[in-house]
Unconditional design. Sequence first.
Length: 423
Amino acid sequence: MTASRKQAALDYHALPRPGKLGISITKPVSGPADLSLAYTPGVAEPVLEIQADPEAAYRYTAKSNLVAVISNGTAVLGLGNCGALASKPVMEGKAVLFKKFADIDVFDIEIDAAEPQAFIDTVARIAPTFGGINLEDIAAPACFEIEEALIERCDIPVFHDDQHGTAIVMAAALLNALDLQGKRIEDARIVCCGAGAAGIASMRLAIELGARRENLWLVDRKGVIHTGRDDYATLNKEKREFATPPTERRTLAGALAGADVFIGVSGPGLMKPEWLMLMNERPIVFALSNPVPEILPEEAWAVRKDLIMATGRSDYPNQVNNVLCFPFLFRGALDVRARRITREMKIAAVRALAALAREPVPKEMLEAYGQKSLSFGPEYIIPKPLDPRLRECVASAVARAAVLSGAAKQPYPPHYPSQGDIR
Ligand SMILES: NC(=O)C1=CN([C@@H]2O[C@H](COP(=O)(O)OP(=O)(O)OC[C@H]3O[C@@H](n4cnc5c(N)ncnc54)[C@H](OP(=O)(O)O)[C@@H]3O)[C@@H](O)[C@H]2O)C=CC1
Ligand SMILES: CC(=O)C(=O)O
Ligand SMILES: [Mg+2]
């Protein structure tokens, strides 16, 4: 980042008041009569209602539209283990996106607990406050154990954004990119650099969508994950799930020979431009690490012109970033009061995002991005975050899937668009 951009980023966060969020009051509090309703004695009435029936909390408190964005700061973007406090700007940022794009209120919570059990117990104890929990920037492999335990212990949706939000957006973009490159997911050889939260979930979802396990190559700091590796016995079970048979192709460059797709969810600058030449014709390169991708688009374009390129950033075309998922997925889940986020809801989000990119782009979006035209193609494989259609499109698909998969406690909302088979 240039010195002036760095200063602009710091000023944005510091001025005119520190941070990016505040709290607003939703009821009149202008005189003693209001006070006697908002506080004592009136407040005792909803307390007693909720004590008698916990579901009444959705009627009398902010719970129904309140999500916790929770981190322990162990994998902050691609910056690594920065600690709970230093993760706060990112968590406030996620809160801003929830509010801006889906009108969901968020408390960001940074928990100083690197030990999974301490983290799990803390989150489980504060869960009653919220309608949903978005886990963020928690490093693998602890993130898998943490999410599993919290889904089990909480009666509200728990969703690890870096796993599933990333996987959903990556999958939607991948389906579209493969189509444009004239390839099928069933045949595609996919190399994923990064075998953490985002990498494991992305590969699991790719399989759900038709990718063949034997075509997937997962790479971590020590290279290709294969059953002949010295440290195989000590690898976590999520990495072992994707281990290839013993191979001599043990480096990222080795894995890339003859690959159709590169997915980077690891760290900055790990993909060398010359390695792109090892890939098959018409390759797909998703360099998704933030803030600095595995390879910059200008470096990739300098080497070959037949690729489709995406990053996680807002300043290049094709932003494959979980912001395209979490606000809208939670909107749909909260609106039908889903108990959990099911496989069906995730796949519905993938399909909705992929389909929206193929629709004509509204004028207001072109204006927002200062572009004259934008249509489905190599530089537009996935909708853009400021697209006003995302909320209705993704939330309604998720809500429908929640209702049809039996996860919803409430019917499909009357104000949502009719989906033909559901109202
Ligand atoms: N665009 C988007 O929407 C998103 C992007 N991301 C990005 O993905 C990256 C990973 O995030 P996340 O999965 O949450 O983090 P994790 O800490 O869970 O996983 C990081 C993974 O990257 C691997 N890795 C790190 N350095 C290297 C290297 N030099 N060579 C090979 N592999 C390496 C690690 O290997 P090992 O297991 O050996 O330690 C680990 O498997 C971050 O940069 C993040 O910004 C994440 C979520 C969303
Ligand atoms: C986008 C995001 O969640 C990440 O890079 O961690
Ligand atoms: Mg994240």
